[in-house]
Design a protein around this ligand. Sequence first.
Ligand code: ATP
Ligand code: MG
Length: 543
Amino acid sequence: MEKSTNFIEEIINNDLESGKHNEIITRFPPEPNGYLHIGHAKSLCINFGMKTKYNGKCNLRYDDTNPTKEDIEYVDSIKKDIAWLGFEWDAELYASDYFERMYECAVMLIEKGIAFVCDMNGEEIREFRGTLTSPGKNSPYRDRSVAENLELFRKMKEGEFVDGSKVLRAKIDMASPNINLRDPILYRVLRDTHHRTGDDWCIYPMYDFAHPLEDAFEGITHSICTLEFEDHRPLYDWVKINCGFDPGPRQIEFARLGMNRTIMSKRYLKKLVDEGFVNGWSDPRMPTLSGMRERGYPAEAIREFCERVGVAKSNSEVDTGMLDYCVRENLNRNADRVMVVKDPIRMIVKDVADEVYDIENNPNDEVKTYHKTSFSGELFIERDDFMVTPPPKYKRLVVGGMVRLRGSYIVEYVSHELDADDNVVSVTCRAIPDSKSGGENAGMKVKGVIHWVNANDYIPCVLHEFDYLLVDGDGDFSERLNKNSHMIFDNAVGERSLDSISAYDSFQFMRMGYYSAVGTYGQDDKYEFNRIVTLKDSFKMKK
Ligand code: ATP
Ligand code: MG
């Protein structure tokens, strides 16, 4: 696909031409408070995309300044998911490693007389902040002397005050039209064990103070973030400049990825996990990268999706069908074709011998490859592929009719057998002689082609099929949970060649869809597959 220049690249191009920078350094800064989701993939593709395009660098930096919600499990999952998506970071860094330097920067601001310790509680601070239409009021503690502020801040650090009793605030402008500049909080007192620094600290920096410093310490040139931080940019610049970084990194905002029928907030995804609605963060229905990996989405397809979505300056919602489209296109190019029967009935074919066929793996391959599939007079076919009383326009096997077995003979109906409830148990056919491809009777007109599996040579399979986690609509997420989003077919049969595949291998099950072998594939003779996507969809990609 032709890559056009987006507005971020234009900024970078200008900065390179003007000589402001000669190396581009970006970063991906996740907070380790959950698993990465498809929205993060968008940010990853942009940040690592810049590294590749400009032969620069991209750091993986954990924004771990809030000990309350962070966990080492998340740190590990994030690394695994980024690597899986195909990106290599230049350095693995932790904001918590900068706590000392950040503290020193805060002391510097106090010394400059532009930060002060405030004793108001959260409610009072909010009250004094004012509104969008009215200015705020100065804190009564705003005019403390530098010496007093230094002393109090040191005591905050040394644990002399209880949680929430004091904060360090920037002294900017309580009348600023930008509420973020109304003496924002820089540090708070908080006792909680941090996953890396343990109990070393009982004060923690706020995001708006920490983030520009993290970027500046690392020499980040372009700090790419989502639109909701646009109003924070003046504060970002205030912090970096007053802490001695000028010009320092430039913050650039782009539109957050949003998708219909998809939850993209870690907080809410965590709720689904904690309340047991899904089977962990990597449940194949989750919009997390690990869930998509388990489901069988190719990493390349996710990157292609992000590329197609593009980089925008205003928020919009992308149709989930577009991701499915990218996944399907990718698998159509890359997945081998095999035969699996989901809901089997028996077919007896009279007067045939055991045979072995070479089945083409993928018609899209330039260099053709094949796998072996055995055939005999006893097969499994799909229950739906034979009907005693067929609906109109039915194109498969009917009483008295003929159908082609994919890659094999044309067969003609002879008889069938029902159980006590009138369900079909088996159907008996005869093979038309010389009707295989290239044979004299191969050209006979038949209604359809059906897939089959040799009943004397197969593996038992379990198929997991999924629907969206949310039913369509605008209501609250919790009222839109799809209770039927996981279906299990544990009676399926697959051709023998599937015996030798590996976990996460993906296939097109002919006429059914794309499926991927689950992570524990073949262990204890369990052959389970997740359906990745169906074969066709109504989504129309705009060219
Ligand atoms: P969430 O609200 O899901 O918790 P977050 O923004 O708090 O997301 P972070 O871990 O802070 O999650 O995000 C790391 C990076 O990924 C940030 O730069 C953030 O802007 C970006 N990011 C997160 N969600 C999206 C999204 N939906 N689209 C694009 N970028 C995103
Ligand atoms: Mg966040």
